[in-house]
Design a protein around this ligand. Structure first.
Ligand code: SF4
Ligand code: SF4
Length: 371
């Protein structure tokens, strides 16, 4: 397993986490088996989104004896009514369901309390008012019931506002191929990296849409993080390609694929040992490049470079540095075995790049910024 910092929380999170939406309604043995296999595979980040009693009890049972091995995220504002999911902004109701989560998990705290599911700035503004959900989250923090406060949202404007407020440590946002180059997304990712806000990538398969056989898919706003649209898919896309794409994006700390059984978990975890050919997502991205002009997606389809520059990683660091160069970023650049200044401007990479990236100019910018 590979681990990354979850922004300024300082927590080391596995790059593949566990989304649990599709484990709702599964037998307790399946939930336990998936959780245990995930932990054995190195997964340490688990997102618990629902408030259904049986779902929570199943995770409580699965986590018995291994609570301390995982970083748990619990949602504030996700409740249940008459057996159905019910989103609320009621402080009292949210508190009741949050305490119910701790009790059913037999734990004293969650690591991240996530203000749940924001789709409009108006909604966000409401919970940030005094005596709103944010105050409740802070109180839980003071009481030791939550270590850090985050937000889950499908809206770029909400995410930007939350990050700029300085009050949010973690953002959970849909990141996947279908949302590639959505207007504003690049800024969001680099703002997270620049401000030290941990970025949890939800919906890496766009709710399963990306894994459908070739044909036309319709993706919704909540799946793309930008807008809904219809798209013809011309190549079959694998979970490994989806996750490799997500983990290549600037700022992403962990991706939380939703799996319903051990087979789906294994398919996701295979990303870590997949060959370069299996991870290569460059052929898949052309279906989603409608806004893309000269933007690097860090696919490394332009390699090999005659002087062995890791072009994708170099561009990733350059793009991350747009909001300022942190010490960690400088260390990451210093650790590159071959620096941008080694570029001979031979141009073979630009001929190979499917996305028209001006690699030579980016190498020059990198030298100016880092060397
Ligand atoms: S320059 Fe092009 S081929 Fe190379 S990593 Fe960037 S997008 Fe991929
Ligand atoms: S132009 Fe520079 S980065 Fe691209 S292949 Fe040549 S040496 Fe490598």
């Amino acid at each position: 397993m590979e681990f990354r910092k979850l922004g300024r929380t300082g927590l080391d999170v596995s790059v593949i986490g566990l989304g649990t939406e599709y484990l709702n309604g599964q037998p307790r043995e399946t939930v336990a088996s998936v959780v245990h296999e995930a932990i054995e595979g190195g997964v340490n980040y688990i997102d618990l989104v629902f408030a259904f009693p049986e779902y929570r009890d199943n995770f409580g049972a699965a986590l018995q004896g291994c609570r301390e091995r995982v970083i748990l995220a619990g949602h504030l504002g996700s409740t249940e009514k008459d057996g159905q999911y019910y989103k609320t902004r009621s402080v009292k109701r949210s508190e009741t369901f949050f305490l119910d989560l701790l009790s059913r998990l037999s734990t004293d705290y969650v690591d991240i309390v996530l203000l749940h599911n924001f789709n409009t700035v108006k909604d966000y503004d409401r919970v940030m008012q005094p005596k709103g959900l944010m105050d409740l989250a802070r109180r839980f923090q003071q009481e030791g019931k939550a270590r850090f406060v985050g937000i889950s949202t499908h809206d770029i404007a909400v995410a930007l506002k939350a990050i700029e407020s300085g009050q949010i440590d973690v953002v959970m946002f849909p990141i996947n191929l279908a949302g590639n180059a959505m207007p504003g997304r690049k800024e969001l990712l680099s703002l997270c990296a620049g401000q030290g806000v941990g970025l949890v990538a939800m919906k890496p398969f766009a709710g399963g849409k990306l894994l459908q056989p070739k044909g036309t898919i319709r993706v919704a706003k909540y799946q793309t993080g930008g807008e809904s649209y219809k798209q013809k898919i011309t190549t079959e896309i694998t979970p490994v390609q989806c996750l490799s794409y997500v983990l290549a994006q600037v700022g992403v700390s962990t991706a939380v694929p939703g799996v319903k059984d051990n087979a789906e978990l294994a398919a996701a975890l295979h990303t870590l040992e997949a060959t370069d050919a299996e991870r290569d997502f460059s052929a898949t991205i052309t279906d989603f490049d409608r806004y893309l002009k000269g933007e690097c997606v860090y696919c490394n389809h332009c390699l090999p470079c005659p002087v062995a520059i890791d072009i994708g990683q170099t561009h990733r660091l350059l793009d991350t540095a747009q909001q300022g160069i942190s010490e960690g970023l400088r260390m990451a650049y210093d650790a590159l075995p071959v620096k941008a200044s080694a570029c001979t401007e031979c141009g073979v990479c630009t001929e190979r790049c499917p996305f028209g990236v001006d690699v030579i100019s980016k190498m020059r910018q990198t030298v100016e910024l880092f060397e």
